[in-house]
Design a protein around this ligand. Structure first.
Ligand SMILES: [Mg+2]
Length: 404
């Protein structure tokens, strides 16, 4: 057994948005790493990890469940995006340590693989339908079993120029407006086009990025029913998940939801009432491997699938944690892909391998991924890391901000 002696954070990527937690023990050379990345609040998460760390110093690294439960309530108030992420970084590192102690990959500790590899979905996009079709065909040729289809950028398909909208005479300065009606017209047209060109063979998804008003979200799900999506993602904002009952009453379009979830009260009713088909919590935002393994088990009993969130801002350690869960969960549905620059991969030896639309773990003990601290330090630009980052700010014609 190993006792925890030190917990520290390593900040990396050029903009400093990746935070890797390293938990060190009293056993020579035995340590674990975990992901506590937050694209917008990296410094805040580091501060949270440093606040939690003294609670665990001297404790058994192997008592993962007890360590997780103890940390969860150690500040009385619990959950939330920052605390969950800090907790996740530590939790993943403890699983990494346990695997190394056992001489087994984490997916073996969790029960052993129930699939050969992890099917992933790709992100296809285009500013025109032709561009999008070409991108979908490219991913089909690469072997991706599922492909997400988007028109242009975040919220794409729903933007109108200032000339196309009715704006107040004192309109605020924004050069395009998000319009629900435009989205309800353009996205079904996009799938009509794609099904016409590609048939029903390719499995396709779409991400709404929670941009629509709830009643329009129900309409979109219904309008997309004839195109038989693999799933429709983020149809509603976390504040409006009660509307999934209306969606279910109206259509059979499969629903994927949860990348913004940070509290069991968000995912539990949607799973147990079978109001969604895929749960999309980000492993680090849910609090790590320990709670997400429980989410996967809950899903199994209710026939819901997992589709752990990845996306561009995530790091290779969080991806690896998701891959271990994917390998062992019967309720696994699909894994969102994520890929990195060559120099980023080099800083994380043992990273998951993405090939032909599938992710592959390795059979090294623990998570199977390490951090080369020298290379990680070289990736970071301190000047860029000192800057604050903010989410895109889309607005309606009257100026109201759209919730992402
Ligand atoms: Mg999404």
């Amino acid at each position: 057994m190993a006792k925890i002696t030190n917990i520290r954070c390593i900040r990396t990527r050029v903009n400093g948005t990746w935070v890797i937690v390293k938990v060190e023990t009293d056993q020579p050379g035995l340590y674990g790493i975990g992901s506590a990345s937050d694209h917008y609040h990296a410094r805040t998460v580091i501060s949270a990890v440093e606040t939690l760390a003294p609670k665990l110093i001297g404790r058994e690294a192997g008592n993962i469940e007890d360590n997780w439960q103890t940390l969860l309530t150690s500040g009385y108030w619990r959950n939330g995006s920052i605390l969950n992420t800090a907790l996740a970084g530590i939790d993943m590192a403890l699983w990494d340590i346990k695997g190394k102690e056992a001489g087994m990959p984490v997916y073996q500790l969790l029960g052993g693989p129930c699939r050969a590899a992890v099917p992933a979905y790709a992100h296809a996009a285009g500013n025109t339908l032709q561009e999008l079709e070409d991108d979908v065909r490219r991913y089909m040729a690469e072997g991706y079993p599922v492909i997400r289809c988007q028109l242009g950028p975040y919220g794409g398909g729903g933007f109108l120029s200032n000339q196309e909208t009715t704006r107040p005479r004192n309109a605020w300065a924004h050069d395009r407006s998000f319009d629900d009606e435009a989205y309800l017209t353009n996205v079904p047209k996009m799938f009509e086009y794609l099904r016409d060109k590609l048939g029903f063979g390719p499995k396709l998804t779409h991400d709404v990025h929670e941009h629509l008003l709830p009643h329009n979200a129900v309409t979109l799900a219904k309008l997309l029913e004839p195109y038989r999506l693999f799933f429709l993602e983020d149809l509603l904002s976390p504040e409006q998940i009660g509307w999934y009952r209306q969606v279910r009453q109206q259509c059979t379009t499969p629903q994927a939801m949860g990348e913004l979830f940070i509290n069991p009260h968000e995912w539990t009713p949607l799973i147990t009432e079978r109001l969604i088909d895929f749960v999309r919590v980000r492993v680090s935002k849910g609090g790590g491997i320990t709670p997400c393994r429980k989410i996967a088990t809950l899903c199994e009993w209710f026939g819901v699938n997992t589709a752990w969130q990845e996306g561009g801002d995530n790091d290779p350690v969080n991806q690896m944690a998701a891959v271990h869960l994917d390998m062992v969960s019967y309720s696994f549905g699909i894994q969102e892909e994520n890929h990195f620059r060559p120099e980023e991969y080099e800083a994380f030896p043992g990273h998951a391998v993405l090939e032909g639309g599938h992710l592959y773990p390795n059979d090294a003990p623990g998570l199977g991924i390490d951090i080369d601290e020298e290379r990680a330090a070289k990736l970071l630009d301190p000047e860029r890391a000192a800057r604050s980052l903010f989410m895109a700010e889309d607005r309606r014609a009257d100026g109201t901000v759209v919730r992402p």
